[in-house]
Design a protein around this ligand. Sequence first.
Ligand SMILES: C[S@@+](CC[C@H](N)C(=O)[O-])C[C@H]1O[C@@H](n2cnc3c(N)ncnc32)[C@H](O)[C@@H]1O
Length: 393
Amino acid sequence: MNILVEILREAQQLYLFKEKEIVPGLDPRLWHGSFNGRESTLQQLSPYVGKMKSGMARVLIALYSRPGDTVLDPFAGSGVVPLEAALSGRCAWANDLSPYAYVLTRGKLEAPEIERVAIQRAKSLLDAVKRESPSVDINVAPEWVREFFHPDTLHEVLSAFQILRQREDYFLTACLLGILHHVRPGFLSYPASHLVPYLRKTKYPPEKFPKMYGYRDLSSRLLEKVKRAYRRHTLPPHWNERRYEVWQTNSMNLPMGDETVDAIISSPPYFGALDYARDNRLRLWFLGCEYWKELDASLTANNKVYLSQMSICLQEMFRVLKPGSHCILVLGDVERDDKTRLTAEILADLAIKVTQRQFEVETILDDRIPDERRSRRRTGTTKFERILVMRKQ
Ligand SMILES: C[S@@+](CC[C@H](N)C(=O)[O-])C[C@H]1O[C@@H](n2cnc3c(N)ncnc32)[C@H](O)[C@@H]1O
């Protein structure tokens, strides 16, 4: 079935026609509500700060591309857009400078077509971990990393990452990253928060909660994680023929040729609002990125470089896009000192300027985010999202 028809039907069931009837178009009601219980569980492999709503990605893909088209996300993060693109029969191209984003995006796109195959792969990994983990030296991990794990668990985790790197198994690496830290028993660390790695020793002191500080075996947790990934992962019949490409480079220098992309759908970094590397420092460490501060410094987020770097990125996006095609940017606006930065308007003006008016702004849509969807509530957080739609003439 045409995905737009499917999306409309879902939205209409949700609203039961109480409101004005929805017509296909850029209507926020099409991606209203939580998608946790509706999206492919592959979208939930591992958390990511600033993740796009999968329902919104699905609508944008349906509206601005056709099956078989190449859809590029140059700031792919956790790979929400590329996975939705692949699921709806598009060729998914993804790029992100962060190694965590790269692994997570590849992990989603390289998920085996059925659970049985994924479980077999996990069992083969766990056999190898059993053989090899006793000889792993956990002292290669700095103290701040060791603090999160029981030593026996850390032996297994380090060994698993090593083997997965050799096997180039991105799907299982993403699963492992997804169970690295949390307070729940199905995770590998001592009690810690899930999104950003903070130990929660004050709330769960070891004397009061000794069980939470015991050995946590990798085997049962990884197998359960793989099963969760397939709980709602109905893959389309074309999944085996899916086409995708994932890069880990700076979007100021995109690796694809001129006019090769049918649609760009992306949520670029916001004006100094998030620290992507800092927030993912524990996962990044296991991926071999020890210096998260350096990574944060090279990402486009810092206020001082934001506009100059984004203007180069916009030129690159313009270069790779086919004439007549759309570039859709989902941007968060930040309120600080009662002032709202109009990032969408600022980037729209910049895009017009750097492309000598060859990027035409079709619309800027406001989509306010209800409080419960925000990951952080301190001052300076994103208050609402705007969707900037541009067309290359
Ligand atoms: C808002 S997040 C994208 C979230 C993504 N849409 C998702 O659903 O998970 C922005 C991403 O841009 C990446 N990024 C920032 N500056 C970059 C640059 N210059 N080149 C490539 N990626 C960059 C960050 O690593 C981050 O993952």
